[in-house]
Design a protein around this ligand. Structure first.
Ligand SMILES: [Zn+2]
Length: 66
């Protein structure tokens, strides 16, 4: 069980808030910190979109799409 927990923490995944893809910190194209939370992105395009208007993507009304 301990081994499983270690593996899980070393492969922490994050959801790209722009497109909804799951990325790891290692695979991500970049990260952006907003209001104390770090977001990771699958590509530079998603990161740029998020930087421009973070609130749009964090809104509960926003539906991620590719
Ligand atoms: Zn993305």
């Amino acid at each position: 069980m301990d081994d499983k927990q270690k593996a899980a923490s070393s492969e922490q995944t994050y959801v790209d808030p722009v497109c909804g893809m799951t990325v790891t910190a290692e695979d991500s194209a970049g990260s952006y910190e907003y209001k104390g939370t770090t977001y990771y992105f699958c590509g530079p395009g998603c990161k740029r979109s998020f930087e421009k208007d973070p609130e749009k993507f964090l809104s509960p009304d926003y539906k991620p799409s590719m």
